[in-house]
Ligand binder design. Structure first.
Ligand SMILES: Cc1cc2nc3c(=O)[nH]c(=O)nc-3n(C[C@H](O)[C@H](O)[C@H](O)COP(=O)(O)OP(=O)(O)OC[C@H]3O[C@@H](n4cnc5c(N)ncnc54)[C@H](O)[C@@H]3O)c2cc1C
Length: 520
């Protein structure tokens, strides 16, 4: 293989986590280290990183004993995102959130959330219990039995932030291939080809020595040469275009080429596809991923003044990793109801035809991945089945969906909602017992790291989690760190590198993992 196709570090995935890692890595490693970010779409943040609620979450919904890394990453991420947005003149509006209970049972949950919030570092001035009267004074259109007001939550545009992070990474020397899908990975011990891409299996992937990772990619030169596209306004992601669609489903066609690349170290941050890639390298066996599409409805302008802030409600089934649909106040002023959590067949399953055809094979595959008992126990759990059916109903019926928010905002009228918002897909990890994994799950081997179960508040926590990964790579010892020695291109650069110059990734990484036992 030519030198040109060899990289020291390859990052799979141009979502907010991949782009944060690219930014921090390019600054903290020696100049000249070849870092490549590979993204199957024509632009960064095409999936979950743009298709979310846009909240910077203060950590009061995360049980500190079970979801410690999510909680800590949200806590540290809040400040880092605020710094980053300020430095790049991107909007960051600290607009707060109200978490409401609609019955007496919900009040007990609110008290628990307040304790979690304080344990996760929130101050008493940032998180307060409100009774009915307090709520009526703050948000007169909200009906509830009590609420928590968190003044620290903020709103941002994560798609815009991700694009900016990647521009910064490129300015620091990171190379990027858009329109490029990794279809095969070959490490010292494992060789893998994606199902359905048999025509791409033209012999084994080359490996120059046992330390390297071979990657086979399907690539559209047309897309990958376009580089960073112009700004994409929020709420108007381009539709899944045919060329990128062919790449995503690994369908070779005219104009697409198959290329072999190699890397010394692999960072798998492929979002909902990350588990699939980890399995291919013989890692995270026994785990499966279930995918849940979160759908939104856009409220008409007449509802714009209904509330000042976003309203969340205590979920009906708090033991599962999704919340009930919220009333969302977006940074550009739009109001929406969502997201629900509809079980779908895969991480890119936005369309119904695909789901109806593939959902059963997907469930059977998951049963095989986790061993029969685990998933069967989940799919025979009455509560889970009731929840899944309820979520499906709110996908099929606009009235059912809007009525879920009408419980606490009685003025909402489903008949006035005419436009769907942009839906996004969360991928939750399920273990061998059929239990949802509560926290971020990081899997490492000698030459790779894989980020699994990277769900909400994943966008809030992306920068500190990226610091953790980059710090781990530096400690790994193969690559030399440059930023701290204050030499080379970074120290002498006249470019505005942003807040990366003042972030101490070792210290951020230590704070993030303090008190969390290593699982890898
Ligand atoms: C409905 C919804 C609401 C949410 N709300 C919030 C919120 O308000 N606040 C918050 O903090 N978090 C929220 N989240 C969570 C947050 O959006 C995610 O945790 C975060 O965006 C994950 O980022 P990522 O980079 O890991 O994944 P992604 O954004 O999914 O990026 C992964 C990338 O990998 C690429 N890829 C996959 N496979 C391959 C391959 N084989 N080759 C090349 N490229 C590949 C994909 O195209 C994709 O661009 C929400 C998520 C959803 C779905």
């Amino acid at each position: 293989m030519s030198e040109k196709n060899h990289y020291q570090i390859a990052i799979i995935g141009g979502g907010i986590l991949g782009c944060s890692i690219a930014y921090l890595l390019s600054y903290n490693l020696n100049p000249g280290t070849r870092i490549l970010l590979i993204e199957q779409e024509a632009l960064p943040a095409f999936h979950a990183s743009s298709r979310n609620t846009g909240k910077v979450h203060a950590p009061f919904l995360y049980d500190p004993s079970k979801r410690k890394m999510f909680a800590k990453s949200a806590s540290i991420g809040f400040e880092m995102l605020s710094d980053y947005c300020q430095s790049r003149h991107l909007p960051f509006i600290k607009d707060g959130v109200l978490e409401v209970a609609t019955d007496e049972n919900g009040i007990d949950h609110l008290h628990k959330y307040i304790q979690w919030g304080y344990s996760n570092g929130l101050g008493q001035h940032e998180l307060k219990f409100l009774d009915k009267q307090d709520v009526a004074a703050l948000e007169p259109n909200v009906r509830c039995t009590g609420a928590i007001h968190c003044s620290k939550d903020a709103s941002v545009n994560y798609g815009e932030i991700t694009r900016s992070l990647l521009t910064d990474a490129r300015n620091l020397g990171c190379e990027v291939m858009f329109g490029t899908k990794v279809v095969s990975v070959n490490s010292a011990d494992h060789s893998y080809f994606e199902k359905g891409s048999e025509s791409l299996q033209q012999g084994p992937l080359p490996q120059q020595d046992q330390q390297k990772i071979g990657l086979r990619v399907l690539r559209s030169p047309k897309i990958s040469e376009t580089g960073l596209p112009a700004d994409v306004p929020q709420g108007s992601l381009p539709d899944i275009n045919t060329e990128a669609n062919a790449i995503r489903s690994a369908t070779p066609r005219q104009g697409l080429s198959v290329i072999n690349l190699s890397a010394d170290y692999l960072i798998n941050v492929a979002g909902g596809a990350a588990l699939h890639l980890a399995h291919s390298m013989g890692l995270a066996k026994g785990y499966s991923a279930l995918h849940f599409r979160g759908e939104y409805w856009v409220a008409p302008p007449s509802f714009r003044d209904l509330t000042k802030m976003s309203i969340y409600s205590v979920p009906r089934y708090p033991e599962y990793p999704f919340l009930d649909p919220h009333w969302v106040v977006r940074i550009d002023g739009r109001r929406e109801v969502g997201p629900n959590a509809v079980l779908v067949s895969g991480p890119f399953a936005y369309n119904w035809n695909q789901n109806v055809r593939l959902i059963l094979p997907k469930i059977l595959q998951s049963v095989r991945d986790t061993g029969r008992v685990g998933l069967i126990s989940l799919f025979t759990d009455k509560k889970f089945v009731t929840l899944a059916v309820h979520e499906l109903r709110s996908s099929l019926s606009k009235r059912v969906m809007i009525n879920r928010a009408k419980r606490f905002l009685p003025a909402l009228d489903p008949s006035q909602f005419t436009k769907r918002g942009t839906s996004g897909i969360r991928s939750s990890l399920v273990d061998i017992n059929g239990t949802f994994v509560p926290d971020i799950y990081i899997v490492r081997d000698e030459n790779s790291v894989h980020m699994l179960n990277y769900n909400s508040p994943g966008a809030t926590g992306a920068l500190p989690v990226a610091a953790l990964i980059v710090d781990g790579i530096i400690k790994h010892g193969t690559f030399r760190s440059s930023a701290r020695s204050d030499s080379g291109k970074n120290a002498g650069s006249t470019k505005d590198l942003g807040p990366v110059t003042k972030w101490d990734i070792h210290q951020i990484s230590d704070s993030l993992t303090e008190g969390i036992p290593s699982r890898t």
